[in-house]
Write a new protein. Structure first.
Length: 365
């Protein structure tokens, strides 16, 4: 091989070695950025998909914001304070309060003006027409403002963060009302109850129906339907005078020889709670528990006292007998082998143990 050919090959060898080093350095970094195969998601059991109350309240706030796009004007009612101004006629401008029958009185107008059921814009037109027809003002320019609102109270009670009374200033939905109350509390049940009072006569003389009030109406709506179904039918309008109540969820108490004694909130009334489920929430039994002699204390609706129902939890845990369904306010008492006297007065002991124990939401465990 000639020296000339060697001189030509040396740069090529240097170039090829540099290319090989570059490939060795870059390829691992490029390879690490390639999308890796993701294992298929495993189906989460329904029990693990229970939303916490914080998630529920976030959902309430979001849906309430979405529903706030469609809102109407406030309807005047009894007790409201109105500000009436007639341009260039200060004698007719004043503040007036709507009386219990829905009327107001203005100077120089010979009749009482019915304002209940009107919006402020409708009342402006009505007053302008009255002033003109009575020859008081040739071209009246009337403006009506709402100074105080007292005629459309909506009461929110029960298991909500902030029970309150608000005024239905405009069209309001159930989600908006719950959102204004701060959402539901930790011990809230799975339903919302809306109670609407009977319609009362409004003073109209030509309506026979106004003489006989309607019966009160009650609407029971599931929280899951309201939040998760996406059906606007459940997000019903809330009117002045309505009472929105969120019942407290049922609580089952577990006391005695368990690792975490306490009261456990039933997150969903449709999900039946059993002795095995409640023992799991309570962290299981202790080593000295007498599971054969457990007792369920259940309130008797007829006598008002608690009946003792013996249950052999040992056989239940060994799947030798059927699991026992529990009801709201049940007390499951598991005696300890160190306290033999507890067996003779299981009811009194269990009731005393429930005093001051913690109430735990199963969604937080």
């Amino acid at each position: 091989m000639t020296l000339q050919s060697l001189g030509v090959l040396r740069p090529l060898r240097r170039l090829s070695s540099r290319v090989a080093i570059f490939v060795l350095l870059v390829f691992p970094a490029v390879h690490s950025q390639q999308p890796k195969s993701v294992p298929p998601l495993q189906n989460t059991p329904p029990s693990a998909q229970v939303d916490t109350k914080i998630d529920v309240n976030d959902r309430i706030a979001q849906l309430a914001l979405a529903a706030s796009v469609q809102q109407g004007d406030y309807v005047i009612g009894s007790g409201d304070l109105l500000g009436v101004e007639v341009f260039d006629v200060p004698e007719l401008s004043r503040e007036v309060r709507v009386n219990e029958t829905g009327f107001i009185s203005l100077p120089l107008i010979p009749v009482k003006v019915r304002v209940a059921g009107l919006t402020t814009f409708q009342l402006q037109d009505k007053l302008a027409e009255l002033l003109q027809s009575n020859g008081l003002v040739s071209t009246p320019q009337v403006s009506v403002s709402l100074k105080e609102q007292h005629s459309q109270p909506i009461t929110i009670i029960g298991s909500v963060k902030n029970p309150m009374v608000i005024q239905a200033i405009r069209q309001t939905t159930l989600l908006q009302v719950l959102s204004q109350a701060g959402g539901v509390s930790d011990d809230a049940g799975s339903t919302v109850i809306l109670t609407r009072p009977p319609s009362v006569p409004t003073g109209s003389e030509d309506s026979d129906a106004a003489k006989v009030p309607n019966d009160p109406q009650t609407f029971t709506i599931s929280l899951s339907d309201l939040l998760e179904s996406g059906n606007s039918t459940f997000n019903i309008p809330v009117l002045g005078g309505d009472v929105v109540s969120v019942p407290r969820a049922g609580i089952i108490y577990v006391v005695g020889a368990v690792n975490r004694p306490g009261g456990f909130v039933m997150q969903n009334d449709r999900d039946r709670m059993t002795t095995l489920k409640i023992l799991s929430l309570a962290g299981g039994t202790t080593g000295t528990a007498k599971t054969k002699e457990a007792v369920i204390l259940r309130k008797n609706p007829e006598t008002g006292k608690r009946d003792e129902m013996p249950v052999n939890l040992k056989k239940v845990m060994e799947l030798k007998t059927e699991d026992v369904l529990l009801q709201s306010s049940d007390i499951v008492f598991i005696p300890d082998s160190s306290g033999k006297k507890a067996l003779h007065r299981a009811g009194d002991v269990a009731l005393s143990l429930t005093t001051g124990i913690a109430i735990v939401s199963s969604g937080k465990l």
